[in-house]
Design a protein around this ligand. Structure first.
Ligand code: SER
Length: 339
């Protein structure tokens, strides 16, 4: 008999850390963490299986397919937006090639189990491209079907993979005699910039916000790489994990689409700095603008419209800007750095 598991790729990443802990409490099924590196010590107690390997290694995925019965996949592994611009071909290989491999695994598993396999895909505000700062400032909250003109390889990869997921869930091999409709239960959230108290992002472009707070807490100077008026949506990692779990638990009938916006607050970098200074008044935060990274942030919307998530699966963030700092970020970060 194959062993039932939930598979989490990119397990060592920022979302992986938070999600695996929460899944270990909310689900009885064994978890398998897959990552390029050995699984972090802090995650190991929360998984029953850990696997070091590459999502582009089809033999490895074939082995998982043969040995395990996968009921759900959280496919978190990706190369983020700043890093992707240094090696677009690698970003495409990992972000697109990895995703199609995992979708294919989900399809094979569903066929052999005779039941749908749930698939979570973290998409991003990077799928949007606002064209100009004026357009961004005038746009208001952007809904899911607007402005989908990504300007980074990462954004292009995410937008394409959303469509791949929809293809696998609804149209896969549509000309064959047996329908595959519904075998892969694909669900995706376009996440805003995330702020975690436990980890720092690696190679993203929304990194200025989490970096600012973590540096301030460590009493280290920080040079913010975007202008003080730069505004994109953000969310605490706690809210992001809750959103993922809530969407995955939602009844299929209640979902009017496969891909949803979610958001909590959209402060400017300057407002972030001011807020950080109220808790760490000695912090040294100045601006050394990186024009290229700035142009990526300028291409992302200032606000997104998450009314569909609110309506379909009762999404509601726990934190607004003030309570995120007061009740989550500052207390947890102080604990982490033993302040
Ligand atoms: N936070 C990601 C990045 O900055 C966007 O999804 O790349």
């Amino acid at each position: 008999m194959r062993k039932p598991i939930i598979l989490i790729t990119g397990a060592n990443g920022e979302i992986g850390h938070g999600l695996i802990r929460s899944l270990s409490q909310s689900s009885q099924t064994d978890k398998m963490g897959l990552d390029l590196d050995n699984l972090d010590k802090s995650i190991r107690p929360h998984v029953q299986e850990s696997l070091q390997g590459n999502i582009l290694d089809r033999n490895l995925l074939e082995r998982i397919n043969a040995e395990f019965e996968v009921s759900a996949i959280y496919h978190l592994a990706a190369i983020l937006s700043t890093r992707g611009e240094f090696s677009p071909m690698t970003a495409h290989d990992v972000n697109v090639g990895g995703t199609i491999n995992l979708l294919h695994l989900a399809m094979e598993q569903s066929i052999s189990r005779g039941q749908p396999v749930k698939f979570f895909f973290p998409s991003s505000i990077a799928v949007y491209g606002m064209n100009s700062l004026d357009a961004k400032n005038l746009a208001g909250p952007v809904s899911e079907d607007e402005y989908r003109h990504p300007e980074t390889i990462y954004g292009c990869n995410k937008l394409y993979c959303e469509n791949l997921g929809i293809y696998f869930s609804r149209f896969y091999k549509r000309l064959s005699a047996v329908s595959s409709h519904g075998r892969v239960d694909f669900r995706s959230i376009r996440l805003p910039g995330l702020i975690s108290t436990q980890t720092l992002p690696a190679g993203g472009t929304s990194d200025f916000a989490p970096e600012m707070i973590h540096r301030a807490a460590q009493n280290k100077p920080y040079h913010c790489f975007v202008r003080d008026d730069s505004t994109i949506p953000f969310m605490t990692m706690e809210d992001a994990i809750n959103a993922i779990l809530k969407l995955m638990e939602a009844e299929e009938d209640s979902l009017s689409r496969s891909v949803y916006n979610v958001t909590s607050f959209s402060p400017s970098a300057g407002e972030f700095r001011d807020k950080t200074l109220t808790y760490f008044p000695e912090a040294k935060i100045d601006y050394i603008i990186n024009d290229k990274r700035q142009s990526i942030v300028d291409s992302w919307p200032a606000q997104v419209d998450d009314s569909k998530a609110r309506k379909d699966w009762s999404w509601k963030p726990k934190h607004d800007f003030d309570s995120a700092f007061e009740n989550y970020l500052i207390p947890e970060i102080k604990k982490r750095y033993e302040i």
